[in-house]
Design a protein around this ligand. Structure first.
Ligand code: SAJ
Length: 438
């Protein structure tokens, strides 16, 4: 077991060089953690702009502390490159590339495939490879393993080691981050699991939970995010029903939360954003077809969540009706582009679809988001405006789509004709006469 003992030795005495492929919201925090933990880290990203920013100590991920990035760069613990050949100087490689869906809601596994092929080119004896990207159960053993063996001529579990360990980055979460969130690890064999677990135990101060195979680890990640997707779909459906029955869904949730067991609160909203929750379940839907199984619950939840942006505009239309106004030519002010509060990420944000739906009805739409001054949507750049008393007073309807803490909700309430609050963001505002909740 020379390779295994040798690699464990290098991991434990921190002489192993760690390679991170993909320096996004998962890869960069991981690179900084390993560098802080005393490892030499080589980060790879295809985007030269990111590579240059990192090497200049310029941070672009809000979950990474600026001074920590500067420290590891200045102390030469971390170096970024867009030259994949640097992988030959590594002992451990973590693949943290995107796993999006294509326009048919089918998994786009091309980033995983391409990065695996790049790793295969430089794979040498005694290396450990870990895939962290959320993906369908079976990816590691059916795609990554054969590609690495074929390209290198090496044998897994003998010459090199391979595991899957799902990332658990919750963008904007001030309590849980890379270093203190439990990590699940599933190796292709006992040796791979042991080595991968040893690696994470050397740098994270959280539980490292070992499972028997990569597909268990792949499936548990899909379960985590499908659980959220389904429960958000449920609460969105409850919100629609409660509105019809003139029941305040937000009060219902607060009441349900008094149950100390067996209930976790989810909240309705304008739709499902982000690059994980709306997408990951469809990796399972796609794979399940291979087993002649149709994931009805996932698809139904998706239909409900995808309906919400349209529903928001329907509700806005009925509010405007009360003022004898139509959507057509109405001035609509959207507060919030980000897919969730207090972050600057608008991937899959429902606000983008809501704006498009309003515009299709002839509304004049402006937006203000303290974190996002402009956004790209369907090839066009959309620019926000400054939030002033005049802008608020000119809006026939203000729609709160993201509950950023930075908004001054009293100022907004005092200066708006009417507000449709899809996030219960105005819960602490005293005067609610001109506010309607989702
Ligand atoms: N949302 C609701 N109601 C809720 C919760 C969320 O409408 O009760 C919406 C949010 O506004 C947002 C979307 O769902 O548009 C997704 O929000 P999220 O916080 O569930 O998802 P992400 O993508 O920001 O981060 C998640 C992580 N979130 C949490 O665990 C709280 C976690 O599921 C994963 O670690 C991460 O995605 C990932 O990378 O999979």
């Amino acid at each position: 077991m020379l390779n295994k003992d040798n690699l464990i030795y290098k991991i434990n005495n921190k002489t192993a060089t760690v390679g991170i492929v993909g320096l996004g919201y998962v890869g960069l925090p991981l690179a900084v953690e390993f560098a802080k933990g005393g490892y030499k880290v080589l980060g790879f990203d295809i985007q030269e702009k990111k590579v240059n920013m990192i090497n200049n100590g310029e941070n672009y991920i809000s979950d990474v502390m600026n001074e920590e990035l500067k420290f590891v760069i200045e102390n030469r613990r971390l170096k970024a490159s867009n030259e994949i050949k640097f992988l030959k100087d590594t002992d451990v490689i973590l693949i943290c590339v995107p796993t999006p869906l294509d326009k048919y809601q089918q998994p786009d596994i091309s980033y995983v495939k391409e990065s695996t092929e790049s790793v295969g080119k430089y794979l040498h004896e005694g290396m450990l490879v870990i895939l962290e990207s959320t993906t369908y159960p079976g990816t590691t053993e059916e795609l990554v393993l054969p590609t690495l063996e074929k390209m290198s001529g090496l044998k897994c579990e003998k010459d090199f080691y391979l595991a899957f360990s799902p990332e658990r980055v919750d963008p904007g979460n001030s309590i849980y981050h890379t270093a203190n969130t439990a990590k699940v690890v599933g190796g292709v064999g006992r040796n791979s699991t042991e080595i991968a677990a040893t690696l994470y135990r050397n740098v994270l101060n959280s539980e490292i939970f070992e499972v028997s195979t990569p597909r268990v680890a792949e499936m548990e990640k899909i379960l985590e995010n499908t659980y959220r997707n389904i429960n958000i779909g449920l609460i969105n459906e409850m919100a629609v029903i409660c509105n019809k029955m003139n029941i305040n869904i937000w009060e219902v949730i607060e009441a349900a939360k008094t149950k100390p067991y067996g209930f976790q609160a989810f909240y309705p909203g304008p739709g499902l954003g982000g690059h994980c929750i709306p997408l990951d379940p469809y990796y399972l839907t796609w794979k399940a077809r291979e087993y002649d199984y149709h994931t009805r619950l996932i698809e139904t939840s998706g239909e409900i969540n995808n309906f919400m942006p349209q529903y928001i505009v329907q509700r806005a239309a009925s509010i405007l009706n009360k003022f004898n106004k139509a959507l057509n030519k109405a001035n609509i002010l959207i507060l919030g582009i980000a897919y969730k509060s207090d972050i600057d990420d608008y991937r899959e944000s429902p606000a983008l679809k809501i704006i498009e739906n309003f515009q299709k009805q002839g509304s004049e739409v402006e937006f203000y988001d303290p974190y996002i001054s402009s956004y790209m949507y369907k090839g066009k750049e959309h620019y926000g405006i400054k939030l002033t008393q005049e802008v608020l007073r000119n809006a026939d309807l203000v729609v709160i789509t993201t509950a950023h803490k930075k908004y001054n909700y009293s100022f907004i309430q005092e200066n708006s004709i009417f507000i449709f609050d899809t996030r219960n963001a105005t819960k602490n505002v005293q005067n609610k006469d001109n506010i309607e909740l989702l």
